[in-house]
Write a protein that binds this ligand. Structure first.
Ligand SMILES: Nc1ncnc2c1ncn2[C@@H]1O[C@H](COP(=O)(O)OP(=O)(O)OP(=O)(O)O)[C@@H](O)[C@H]1O
Ligand SMILES: [Mg+2]
Length: 921
């Protein structure tokens, strides 16, 4: 706004905001700061920015300004260009890689696809270098309308300004969707001005206005300065009536736009045409407008618009400026389709050499498919890709597909867009664009399956919801001409993607189309698809036969090299606890990912290893892999997929007793998943919360969190994760006097025959049965649980069962036996770093009469005794006979004897009598 003579140059009612902004400016100049202004249209954000700019410049700060423009051609890094070009001299100070990346991004150089983080870092370096001379302030108005790649760079900047003397100040109109993630950044919401200020503003701007009219305007404008001024401006009789025709409830933005529209309608035809040209062109370059204007050749046609105070023509600067962004949108809104297309066509003809702009305008002007336009868009997509804007490239390709007259080209372009998104970015513009894409699927396209599967994946990792992704893939499958041929890999790929989507969605009704399609496969479904569909979605209802077949398949895949097959088999293994056999293959893919291989399969393998690490007690490694996965997902824009790693971060924090941290991760997981309506994925958070609550002894909360996964007494269909908290639920129910629910849940576990699904679940089921069993029956069940094959392979679960057993024994007044189990549990908990369980076990041991944690355990460990040898030694030291020990540990007395035979020399003793002393050394 450079309207010098206007009385509005003075700001009314903004003392508080100006003070806050002044403080921001000062702080930014000292130590770096960011501030995001927001507020409704016309409330005065841009004029506040003007004020800050003036103040900062007066104080010696260098200010660089840029503005997002609605309707402008979607050109990657267009705004970054505006911001950085004034500082181009500083590029010389960058390292070669950074400089090249930045120059490629800004379109100054052609070259290798720059990495986004490199661009962001380079950009920050340039700014920092400049700020060494004097403070620097970046001001970005209308943030929601800037191109996405620039948004990403700005987001990065916003988080890295501290200690730099750089300020970043942005303004966004509320209600406009923005790619910018404002999460956690300092913000200032600009409210309408108060009645006093509004009145003063009106009286200053329109001193002649009658009191009655002023009151009316004050009421209608509700403190919005633009509304105040525009309603007053409209005060000739005809326009006044237009205003009165406005319904009371019209939102202010629309009301103001309507006011502008009514003024635009009264302009002569050539003026409106010239205005539309300016609005759709975007840059406001007068020279350009002159060259593209119609017959009379000048911008003279614009003059009436200036008289009507809709624009300002600045001949000296060679620019035309819309008085307000709403004027621009009113101009576009009040034009017809045909008029808009004509103007775009003219602009396209003008931008003969600028492929991206030309392609954009041509696409906007196209009424029907046109191969020339589609080809140009495809070329524009290549350029975008070249600059590292894969998201933009996908958008252009999608557009190109729409405009392709031939089905084959359409399929090819869609598939390429989808491929790019899935393998390069993991993100795609907006859901609506994808919906467009879905609509464009031609049932006769073979390639569309691939495209749909990949696009769905992209969609979910971008800002889409799983419902859309589901619809996309289901309709591609149902309309495809694949004849349900089981050998068609496009089809099986799509089925796998659909399985994941159903899983993420976590809603029963999503599964039917998948099972239908699998049933229809001819001659018969491939083994892996079949097994996956049985082992994974609803493990509680899987069978021992499925487990056997899957285990055999895992054995066979030791030589498998196809990442997709590996990942699918591993996925099937998750809830059957068969991941152990998949580790080698998973590591291979992770290593190849680290060396630059495909990110997507690497992510999948990282999460499979995390899962196995947790269950098998490799928590340190699990932590490192979760951190790696999270970072990898973040760098590559797999925003949604990151939830797996958020889950592990939360889970590990829970079992280590870091409650606050657990909640932060779990909340983040909830946010990432529920915003995409991925309720199945969201459930993972309940697992961490359940364990966290048990850890801090809050069994009431634990019960509710576990029930959030599946209510007591049921193993909810398609919710295998509920199996992992089933024992927790039973424990929490008993602790909170919900015996009936506990028993009902145990019944559900038994009815599901979970031992068939996995020995680990078998152990947990036995332990759960023991918990609700009588004192007479409980020990037998506990013994069976901990004596099962491979029970110790799941140390955390195993130790928890022994803790539960010990607790039970102590209450049954068998302190000696109780201590045996508690000490065994303690050793494992300590080794794992499961702090809350360690503490609980120590307390329990004290209650069982052991003053200190049994000193025998460290002594035995130091002497190199195995866990089982330690147990035997302890029991023998307590005075039990070999027979008694054998009964307790399900060993023959002879085996106990031979253990002792090996134990004595390790402890440096020769007799049973010396055991107690040796163990307490
Ligand atoms: N406090 C104020 N005192 C006087 N005039 C003001 C005040 N605030 C805004 N104005 C005037 O109101 C009009 C709209 O302000 P501005 O363009 O800053 O709004 P905005 O919040 O940036 O809106 P948008 O979201 O549409 O960009 C301008 O003409 C401006 O001069
Ligand atoms: Mg503004």
């Amino acid at each position: 706004m450079t309207d010098q003579e206007a009385p509005t140059a003075r700001l009314f009612g903004r003392d508080a905001e100006l003070r806050a902004l002044e403080a921001f400016s000062a702080r930014a100049g000292r130590e770096g700061a960011v501030l995001l202004l927001s507020g409704e249209a016309g409330v005065g954000k841009s004029v506040l920015l003007d004020a800050v700019v003036a103040g900062a410049q007066a104080a010696g700060t260098r200010v660089i300004r840029a503005t997002g423009v609605q309707f402008e051609a979607d050109v990657s890094y267009a705004v970054l260009n505006q911001l950085l070009l004034p500082l181009a001299a500083g590029f010389a100070h960058l390292g070669e890689e950074e400089r090249n990346a930045l120059m490629v991004a800004l379109g100054l150089l052609s070259g290798r696809v720059p990495d986004r983080t490199v661009i962001a870092t380079a950009c920050l370096d340039v700014l920092r270098h400049e700020a060494e001379q004097r403070p620097l302030l970046l001001v970005v108005d209308d943030l929601p309308w800037i191109d996405r790649p620039t948004t990403i760079v700005l987001e990065h900047l916003a988080h890295h300004l501290s200690g730099s003397r750089i300020g970043l100040l942005t303004a966004s109109r509320t209600g406009e969707d923005s790619y910018f993630d404002a999460g956690g950044l300092p913000a200032l919401h600009v409210e309408p001005v108060d009645d006093g200020a509004a009145d003063e503003l009106l009286r200053t701007a329109f001193p002649e206005m009658a009191l009655r009219v002023r009151r009316r305007i004050l009421t209608e404008a509700r403190g919005n300065p633009l509304a105040l001024l525009e309603l007053a401006e409209a005060l000739d009789p005809t326009q006044l009536s237009a205003r009165e025709a406005l319904p009371e409830v019209l939102p202010l933005t629309e009301a103001i736009e309507a006011l502008f529209a009514s003024r635009i309608k009264q302009l002569p035809e050539p003026t409106r045409d010239a205005l539309l040209l300016a609005a759709l062109e975007g840059s406001g370059d007068l020279g350009l407008l002159r060259r593209t204007a119609t017959a009379d050749g000048g911008t003279t046609a614009l003059v009436p618009a200036e008289t009507a105070k809709l624009i300002e023509i600045d001949e000296a600067a060679g620019r035309v400026v819309f008085r307000h962004p709403l004027v621009r949108s009113a101009v576009v809104e009040s034009s017809t389709n045909v008029e808009r297309r004509r103007v775009h066509r003219r602009l396209a003809d003008f931008f003969t050499r600028d492929t991206e702009r030309r392609a954009w305008h041509l696409a906007e002007s196209a009424v029907e498919p046109d191969e020339a336009v589609a080809a140009l868009l495809e070329e524009a997509a290549r350029r975008k890709l070249h600059r590292g804007d894969a998201g933009g490239a996908i958008a252009s390709l999608t557009r190109a597909a729409h405009l392709s007259p031939r089905a084959a080209d359409r399929g090819r372009r869609l598939a390429e867009a989808a491929y790019l998104g899935a393998d390069v970015t993991g993100e795609l513009g907006t859901a609506s664009r994808l919906l467009d894409q879905a609509r464009s699927f031609d049932p006769s396209l073979g390639g569309s399956l691939h495209a749909a599967a990949a696009a769905a994946f992209i969609l979910v990792n971008g800002d889409g919801i799983v419902d859309t992704a589901h619809r996309l893939v289901v309709s591609a499958i149902e309309n495809g001409d694949h004849g349900y041929d089981a050998a068609n890999t496009d089809l099986t790929d799509a089925l796998y993607t659909l399985l994941l989507i159903c899983w993420w969605a976590g809603r029963e009704e999503f599964w039917a189309p998948l099972f239908d399609a699998i049933d229809r496969l001819v001659p018969e479904p491939p083994e892996i698809i079949l097994l996956m569909s049985k082992a994974f979605p609803d493990t509680a209802r899987a069978t021992a036969g499925t487990r056997r077949r899957l285990a055999a398949l895992i054995d066979r895949q030791s030589t498998e090299t196809d990442p997709a097959s590996l990942v699918r088999v591993n996925t099937s293994a998750v809830y059957m606890d068969l991941l152990g056999g998949c580790r080698a293959g998973a590591w291979r893919l992770i290593m190849s990912g680290r060396a630059g291989g495909t990110v997507r399969s690497s992510l999948a393998c990282l999460m499979h290893l995390c899962l196995d690490d947790f269950a098998t007690g490799r928590w340190e490694e699990g932590q490192r892999l979760a951190d790696e996965g999270l970072a990898l997902a973040k760098t590559h824009g797999y925003d949604f997929i990151s939830y797996y790693f958020l889950f592990h971060e939360a889970l590990l924090a829970a079992v280590r007793g870091e409650d606050t941290v657990m909640h932060q991760w779990a909340d983040e997981l909830t946010r990432v998943t529920t915003q995409r309506r991925a309720y199945g994925a969201a459930r993972f958070a309940h697992h961490a919360r359940t364990l966290g609550a048990i850890g801090r002894g809050d069994f009431e909360a634990a019960f509710h969190h576990a029930c959030d996964l599946s209510p007591a007494g049921t193993l909810a269909p398609y919710t295998p994760h509920a199996l992992w908290v089933a024992l927790d639920l039973v424990e929490a129910a008993l602790r909170t006097n919900r015996r009936e629910q506990a028993e009902a849940h145990v019944r559900a576990m038994c009815e599901a025959a979970l031992w068939d699904v996995s020995p680990r679940l078998g152990m947990l089921t036995l332990a759960a049965r023991a918990l609700v069993a009588s004192d007479a029956e409980a020990p037998g069940l506990f013994e069976e649980a901990i004596g099962g094959p491979g029970a110790r392979d799941w140390p955390f679960d195993y130790a928890r069962v022994r803790l539960l057993y010990g607790e039970r024994l102590r209450r049954a007044r068998a302190p000696i036996e109780a201590r045996l189990h508690l000490n065994a549990a303690l050793e494992i908990f300590e080794g794992l770093g499961a702090a809350p369980w360690t503490a609980r076990t120590v307390t329990e041991l004290r209650a069982a009469g052991q003053a200190q944690p049994n000193p025998a355990v460290p002594a035995a460990a130091a002497a190199g005794l195995t866990a089982q040898e330690t147990e035997i030694a302890l029991l023998a030291a307590e005075g039990l006979t070999n027979k008694q020990i054998g009964e307790r540990l399900l060993l023959s007395p002879r085996t106990v004897g031979s253990h002792l035979y090996r134990i004595f020399p390790k402890l440096g003793i020769t007799s049973r009598a010396a055991l107690r002393d040796a163990l307490s050394r």
